[in-house]
Structures are given as structure tokens and as C-alpha cells.
Design a protein around this ligand. Structure first.
Ligand SMILES: [Zn+2]
Length: 211
């Protein structure tokens, strides 16, 4: 920036780093400036990411899709506005800068087409039958299983690595047998999903980042 007099670092809402390079400055010098302030950047990033405010999804934001980081691209093509992330493409109306609600609606659509069939496949592989499945926008849980055998799944499961979302599905399916978290229930979970502890760890450490 021609008007800037010095290097300025700013951690953006998504945790990304923005560096302002002053007139006469260089990228190489900016890189050295970042390294010099690495401790501050780490602390500031933690602070920004832990405020709990939902992160905005704008052009250039990185989000998870099936456990892989993908970049949001906001593209204009002959006056039409197209948003792309991973293999997903959607049309977005208007001038909204924060694309989160549109992308989340698309993730819900994806969840509806992917999670239902996956749940039924896992159910038949493990000899249980769910009465049905609904996709929800739960704020504090990944899934639930009603006494009548209906399983509700958080659409954010499609953002997780497959071994984690499979664990959530199997966890709810095992509730068809045991409507509690007794030892017997966890034994069922372990035999259906031997690596469930790694998935639980992922949910605890990375799950929050999906909100
Ligand atoms: Zn449970």
C-alpha cells in the first residue's frame, strides 16, 4: 500500500493473516517481519478464533469438506455470481460478502444426499435398521437417536474426515440397541468402530471449528 508507512499485521476473523506492505517494502521483508512477530501472531490467532463469533466465509476462506481443506472462490462470470468450494458450485444472488449462509445451505443439501445412504449402508452392515433419518442444523450435538428409531444428523458431518462422520453414524446406530451410554453401549460402539477414540478426539479438538 502506497499510503502505509510501516508493516502491519492483522489476524482476520477466520484466523488468516493479512500483512500490509508499506511503500518501498518488499515481500521478502514482510516475511521476515512475520517471523519476527510469530509469537504475537500465534497468540492473536488463538484470541480471534476463541471469541466464539461465527467465522465469515468469504472469497479465499478455507473450510473443511470431507476432512479436506478447500478454498472458497467467489467468481463473477458474465454478470453471474458463482461460488465454488471443492467440487461444489452454487449460484449466489446479490452482493452478500459473507457467503456462509449460502454455503451452509449447500452443505445441508450435500448432507441429505450423502449421509442418508451412508447411514443405511452402515446399518445393514451391522444388522440394525433405523426408522428414518433427518438432517438438522444442531448447535451443540452431532447426532441423536429417538426411541422410535429416528436418527437425526448434523449437516456439518459432511465437513468431517470420513472416519469421524462414520463413527458418529455408528454411534447413533448403536443407540438403536442401547438407548444409553452404558458399558454395554460402548462395547457395541467399539466392536462396530474399533478406532472410535481417535474420532472422539477429533470431535473434541476440531469439531468446534466447524461452527
Ligand atoms: Zn450417544
Amino acid at each position: 500500500m502506497r499510503r502505509a508507512r510501516r508493516y502491519i499485521l492483522r489476524v482476520r476473523p477466520g484466523g488468516g493473516l493479512r500483512v500490509t506492505i508499506p511503500r518501498g517494502g518488499s515481500r521478502a521483508e514482510a516475511a521476515r517481519f512475520i517471523l519476527k512477530h510469530a509469537v504475537w501472531v500465534g497468540r492473536e490467532r488463538l484470541r480471534v478464533l476463541s471469541t466464539g463469533a461465527p467465522v465469515e466465509w468469504r472469497h479465499g476462506a478455507v473450510l473443511l469438506l470431507r476432512g479436506q481443506p478447500v478454498t472458497v472462490e467467489d467468481i463473477r462470470d458474465h454478470g453471474r455470481r458463482i461460488v465454488r468450494y471443492g467440487e461444489r458450485i452454487l449460484a449466489v444472488p446479490g452482493e452478500a460478502v459473507d457467503l456462509r449462509r449460502y454455503i451452509e445451505a449447500d452443505l445441508r443439501l450435500l448432507a441429505r444426499t450423502e449421509l442418508g445412504p451412508r447411514l443405511h449402508a452402515l446399518a445393514s452392515a451391522h444388522g440394525v435398521t433405523a426408522a428414518g433419518v433427518t438432517i438438522r442444523n444442531q448447535k451443540s450435538r452431532w447426532g441423536s437417536c429417538s426411541r422410535a428409531g429416528w436418527i437425526a444428523l448434523n449437516f456439518r458431518l459432511v465437513q468431517m474426515p470420513p472416519h469421524v462422520s462414520d463413527y458418529v453414524l455408528l454411534h447413533e446406530l448403536m443407540h438403536l440397541e442401547q438407548q444409553n451410554h452404558s458399558r454395554r453401549f460402548w462395547r457395541l460402539v467399539e466392536s462396530a468402530c474399533p478406532d472410535f477414540r481417535a474420532a472422539e478426539r477429533w470431535l473434541k479438538t476440531d469439531g468446534r471449528g466447524l461452527f
